[in-house]
Design a protein around this ligand. Structure first.
Ligand SMILES: [Zn+2]
Length: 74
């Protein structure tokens, strides 16, 4: 029964890894002077008047930059 134990450990490891993948959400930010928001949707109206390129960053990174969720989205 040693083999069975091993298989279930691998199953746990795979489960942990895949939950990490899900946790990494990407968001879009504008780096304009007055941009303080992040967006889930790249074609969001809050990004439509962005004066710089739109950057794709992780949600964690956006929060590190003191960004808050765009008012057009929930
Ligand atoms: Zn938005």
């Amino acid at each position: 029964m040693k083999l069975l134990k091993h298989i279930s450990l691998v199953g746990i490891a795979v489960g942990v890894l895949s939950s990490f993948t899900i946790a990494e959400t990407n968001v879009y930010i504008c780096k304009g002077k007055y941009s303080k928001k992040y967006h889930y949707n790249k074609s969001c109206r809050g990004l439509s008047n962005c004066s710089t390129d739109i950057y794709k960053v992780s949600l964690e990174e956006a929060r590190d930059l003191q960004r808050t969720l765009c008012g057009w989205e929930d």
